[in-house]
Ligand binder design. Structure first.
Ligand SMILES: Nc1nc2c(ncn2[C@@H]2O[C@H](COP(=O)(O)OP(=O)(O)O)[C@@H](O)[C@H]2O)c(=O)[nH]1
Ligand SMILES: [Mg+2]
Length: 279
């Protein structure tokens, strides 16, 4: 990963969350809509105890909308309140505020009964690297956001940021570690670009992606690369066909797999093949 997750880093994240969670009313966890399960950290619920959790399935602009809807329903059945979002979309941020209100309905009622009206909810953002935490926080800040001063009891240097509509956000997100020890999870995260290519075999990675796409989204693969997909092709055979179509050939009619792999991975990550979900 871009960040090496040594036990020391995990301990630091756990401590950061433990120190700040009692000051928060809710946690927003971001995940990647292209792999809404693999891009989560299953330890988060135990780190946040009884605090409310809102799951934001981000990057929904480049994921398969049917699958995103299915994930929202699946999470709902599991008792997790999830909404889809795209930080690239100018609209949509309003539904985050609505969702937080809905999530904290009971607390807001309780506060009201005690005479606290419009008490701004305090939120912490969490997620593994590359899910869009920084983009999301920037989007929430908007232009009119003002930096609130340090609050007593908050770790020094931590800032609460008051958003336009009164929500308060901890300015440092909790960076969770991915479950990269699970090969299938690591593969999906690598497809999306969350794991640096330097530590991976690009050609093998791309062959795996081609195999998946040929199974789940064959029309997108054929449309983009104009290759004929016959039954039983291996990932490498599909990649070879793509390379030949694109003219990625070296001396001696040798296929330039590395070049092809880099191009396909790049195009997949840039959503040039369309809206695709990996799980
Ligand atoms: N297509 C798309 N890309 C996004 C979205 N949100 C973030 N990104 C991109 O994802 C990458 C990682 O985003 P970043 O905010 O740095 O993630 P962080 O590591 O969680 O802070 C960047 O290239 C962003 O431009 C989104 O909603 N849609
Ligand atoms: Mg970031």
């Amino acid at each position: 990963m871009n960040i090496q997750w040594f036990p020391g880093h995990m301990t630091k994240t756990k401590r950061m969350i433990a120190e700040n969670i009692r000051l928060c009313d809710a946690v927003i966890e971001l995940c990647d809509a292209r792999c809404p399960k693999s891009s989560r950290n299953p330890m988060l619920p135990s780190l946040i105890g009884n605090k409310k959790l809102l799951l934001i399935i981000n990057k929904s602009d480049i994921a398969d909308p049917i699958q995103t809807q299915k994930w929202i329903e699946r999470y709902k059945n599991e008792g997790v309140y999830a909404i889809a979002l795209s930080c690239n979309d100018a609209k949509g941020i309003g539904k985050v505020f609505d969702a937080v209100k809905e999530l904290l309905k009971e607390k807001i009622e309780r506060d009201k009964a005690r005479g606290y009206v419009n008490k701004p909810p305090r939120i912490m953002v969490c997620g593994i690297p590359n899910v869009g935490k920084s983009s999301f926080i920037n989007k929430l800040y908007g232009k009119a956001a003002a930096k609130a001063g340090d609050r007593p009891g908050v770790t020094r240097g931590k800032q609460w940021i008051t958003l336009k509509n009164g929500m308060e956000l901890l300015d440092t997100p909790g960076i969770l570690w991915p479950r990269f020890e699970d090969k299938d999870v690591a593969l999906k995260l690598a497809f999306t670009g969350a794991i640096k290519d330097e530590v991976l075999d690009c050609e093998e990675l791309c062959a795996n992606l081609c195999k998946y796409l040929a199974e789940k989204y064959p029309e997108k693969l054929t449309e983009r690369y104009k290759v004929e997909l016959t039954e039983g092709l291996t990932g490498f055979e599909i990649l070879e066909k793509i390379c030949r179509k694109r003219g990625f050939i070296q001396k001696g009619n040798e296929v330039d797999f590395l070049r092809g792999a880099n191009v396909v991975l790049d195009e997949f990550r840039g959503a040039k093949l369309g809206k695709i979900t990996l799980e």
